[in-house]
Design a protein around this ligand. Structure first.
Ligand SMILES: *Cc1c(COP(=O)(O)O)cnc(C)c1O
Length: 383
């Protein structure tokens, strides 16, 4: 197998990380909720317009907190896309509830609001949506459905830090939003995440759930004389070293986004002729959405083209992975979930989509990727 010349992702370091980690060590608090965690929370609130943000050790943790905050329990159903990451479904299954998988829109690859409306039953408790590739889902329509049936609306914004919808920032479009700062995301601390809460009335309980079900956060603020076990919870907070690293990244989130958006535009321009010729599909957000350059994908004609493209690029030393194996057809999805029909767009997308390398330091290597990709598409067309 060819040596990897251009990976799919390479973590980008802004330069201030080490200094902040040293400061955290000097400060003397390495456990969670110290000065750097508070600084991160403030930046996330500023970026999202949420009432509060709580750093977590992953987006997975934030999704588990969201499921607890929505009081999801046995017998409940949660409507979600099948074309997403497993953590969303696990958060629901861990509460004894059933994920109900619905199809995505073929243009945006986000959850299809029409399919969501049709999937609501008396047992439905919440709608969990993903902003795929950093492009927001159709939140106005989803909020209408949620309001009509008194459902929680949760954004999995793992891809979408810094994106916006009709001029409103991702992270305060639903009741709750979850972010990932995993190495593969725009802004990172290796592993990391956050829960953003638009609903101010849920903040006090979120603090308790995040601190093992205790009111320790109130205690730290001097509001109570001792901290006690008051609710269900777990340990969802990261330590200060991770927060110190993340703070450096969050401070530069805007410039990281600009770099990635420039790469996104270059990719889009490079394949536009092939799209016009019907050879590949490209990402298309609706006009009222602003993305964050999280991902650039191509949609091949079929699975054979997808396989051939990935293999050809691998030969050139370039990693271009496919994406989600649909949850509804996965072993655990079949065991724990329920799907509404065949989900043809999800199935079709999964076997046609490939992702191109995308990271802030890709720089001029993007031209190498474009050349290899165009050569692959040309060869395959001739074949
Ligand atoms: C990355 C990702 C997650 C999980 O994030 P972690 O921080 O690794 O737990 C969840 N949902 C989506 C859509 C993701 O892309």
């Amino acid at each position: 197998m060819a040596e990897v010349r251009i990976p799919f992702n390479r973590p980008y370091v802004v330069g201030e990380e080490f200094g902040f980690i040293q400061a955290a060590i000097r400060e003397g608090q390495l456990s969670g909720d110290g000065a750097f965690t508070r600084l991160c929370n403030e930046l996330i609130v500023k970026e999202t317009g949420a009432s509060a943000a709580l750093l977590t050790h992953s987006c997975t943790a934030a999704l588990e907190m969201a499921a607890l905050l929505c009081d999801i329990g046995p017998g409940d159903e949660v409507i979600m896309p099948s074309f997403t990451f497993v953590s969303m479904a696990n958060a629901v299954v861990l509460r004894g509830a059933t994920p109900v998988f619905v199809d995505i829109d073929p243009v945006t690859l986000n959850i299809d609001p029409g399919k969501v409306a049709a999937a609501v039953t008396p047992r439905t408790r919440a709608i969990f949506v993903v902003h795929y590739a950093g492009f927001p889902a159709d939140m106005d329509r989803l909020a209408e459905i949620a309001a009509a049936h008194d459902l929680f609306l949760v954004e999995d914004a793992a891809h979408a830090y810094g994106s916006s919808y009709k001029g409103r920032p991702v992270g305060s479009l639903g009741d709750l939003a979850t972010f990932s700062f995993h190495e593969t995301k725009n802004v990172t601390s290796g592993e990391g995440g956050a829960l953003a809460l638009r609903r101010a009335d849920l903040v006090a309980r979120a603090e308790i759930i995040r601190e093992k079900g205790t009111n320790r956060t109130s205690f730290t603020r001097g509001e109570v004389d001792a901290y006690r076990w008051v609710d269900v919870g777990s340990s969802f907070l990261p330590g200060e070293l991770m927060a110190a690293f993340l703070y450096a990244q969050l401070r530069h989130a805007g410039s990281i986004r600009q770099k990635r958006l420039a790469l996104f535009e270059r990719y889009a321009e490079a394949f536009r002729d092939l799209e016009a010729a019907g050879r590949v599909g490209l990402p298309h957000a609706s006009d009222d959405c602003a993305g964050n350059g999280h991902m650039f994908y191509l949609l091949m004609r079929d699975r054979a083209d997808q396989d051939a493209f990935i293999a050809h690029m691998r030969e050139a030393g370039i990693v271009t992975p496919f994406h989600y194996v649909p949850l509804h057809s996965s072993p655990a999805g079949r065991r724990f979930g329920r799907s509404t029909g065949d989900l043809p767009v999800t199935n079709d997308t999964a076997e046609r989509l490939v992702r191109l390398p995308m990271f802030a330091a890709l720089d001029a290597d993007i031209e190498v990727v474009i050349e290899a990709a165009r050569a692959s598409l040309r060869d395959r067309r001739a074949a």
